[in-house]
Structures are given as structure tokens and as C-alpha cells.
Write a protein that binds this ligand. Sequence first.
Ligand code: SF4
Length: 281
Amino acid sequence: MDVEAAPETVPLEASSPYELRVDNAKHVPENVIKSSLLTGDIGFLHSYTTGSAVDGPGVRVVAWTAGCQFKCLYCHNPDTWNLMNGIPVPIEKAIEGVGKYRNALKVMNGGFTLSGGEPLMQDRFAVRLFAAVKGMGIHTAIDTNGHLGDRLSDEELNNIDLVLLCIKSLNPEQHKTLVGKELGPTLEFAHRLSALERPMWLRFVLVPGFTDGEEDVDRMARFLAEMGNCRRVDILPFHQMGRYKWERLGLDYKLDDVEPPSAEVIERVCEQFRSRGLEAY
Ligand code: SF4
């Protein structure tokens, strides 16, 4: 299967992660998709961008994978839910693509981040990409919801310098409401990272009326402080930039009336994490 002979080609590099991208893998036969998921020979990417300063330390090249098993009510990239929306990229091309930035990334104390979607939906592709990128001396990070963390062996985790773990909520019912899946697997992954002393940053999406409750935030802060491996908390304020994608994809968007959190609430939440000895921004 020559994936470069796709009938429609869109540039892999996106001007913004908010670009709506659909049906880019519809020409790929089902058996090729299945074998690619088993081998990691081909990855399905929404896009990539260079020069990110918000997806890990320093300046980063970020690749967004297609496919996610969560359906977060506030997801700003619902076009990444479906693997078939991703652009098929052979693993060699992906490695070569990141390698081009190797020197620049080192100078800028940055690295490579694999995000999504959920990168571990394509765990074999992720594992091969991380091994090669780390082998080039580039800092590696994964941005994950952690639900499929058990797909990575301890050895494979060693090729990931930093896990950006997105725990949506520590309240099991609220977690289910927010994302449609159980909290348990993400918590198990968090505990495992702690036991292995693997560096982790929390990505915490602050959604008024859902995740901004003082008690819930304190519960999260205590949990992280006890884990001992959380080096930083990034507060990601809810916004409405992805709303148009829900409309264009014909999805039922439930957060129409939710406003972004105020500066005061963001500061209060930051302080709650800091009061437990965590670095928070
Ligand atoms: S985990 Fe991320 S990509 Fe998946 S639905 Fe939630 S916000 Fe969207």
C-alpha cells in the first residue's frame, strides 16, 4: 500500500491545531489500518506543528495523533476522535520529520511531544517513534489521558522523558460525565508512574461548573503531592475555540453557555496547587 499515493493530500503541518480535518484516511484499506495498529508501520496524524511553547519544556515540535476513546464535553478537537480523519504517515517519514529539527530543538532546550487525540490509541507507532527520537538525543514527551497506559511496558516508558498526564477529574462520577469513560485506568497509570518515579506534569482543564470546585481541586492537589513525581501543573482554562468543530461535525455540544474561567478563579486554583507544594501555572 503506497500511502503517499493518497487521492487527497493535505499538508501535514497545520497553521493551527484548530484546523478541522476529516476523512484523510478513507482511502486506506481496513486491513492496512489493522496491521498498522499492530506494527506501528503507519501512524495516522491529524497534523503537526513547530514552535510550541505550551506542550512540555522549551520549544517543541508537536504531532497530534488521530483517534481517542474519550469524548470530553469540552474537547476542542473532536475531529481527532476518529482515526479515519488522520493523515497516514509511514513511521520512517515521521522519524525523519522530527529529526530535521534535532539541532534547533536542542538549542532551544525543547523536544518532541506526541499529543492527540490519544496517542496510545496508536501505541506501537508511538513506541517506535519515541525510541527513534530519543535515540537522536531529543527530549520526548507524551500528552495522554492515561486510559491506555498499560499498553506501554516499563522499558518503553523509559523512552519517554516526560508524561503530560491529563487527569480530567478525581471524582469518578464526574469523570464519567465529562469524558464518557471510567477514571480507574488513568489512576492506575498515575500510580504506576509514581512507583517508577517517572517525571510527570499534570494538565488540568479548568471548566467552570465542572472542574473548578474548591474541594475537587484540593483533592487533585493532595493526590499529586502524595504521588511525589509531579513536577508541574499546567492549568488549561476552558475556551470555546473548538465549538465550530462540534457544529461542523454534527455533534451535540453541551457547553454552549459555559464561559471561560475568570482570572480570579484561575489564580485561586493555581494557589490551591501551590499550597500543596506543587509548581502551578
Ligand atoms: S482526551 Fe483529549 S482528544 Fe480525547 S476527547 Fe478528551 S480532550 Fe478530546
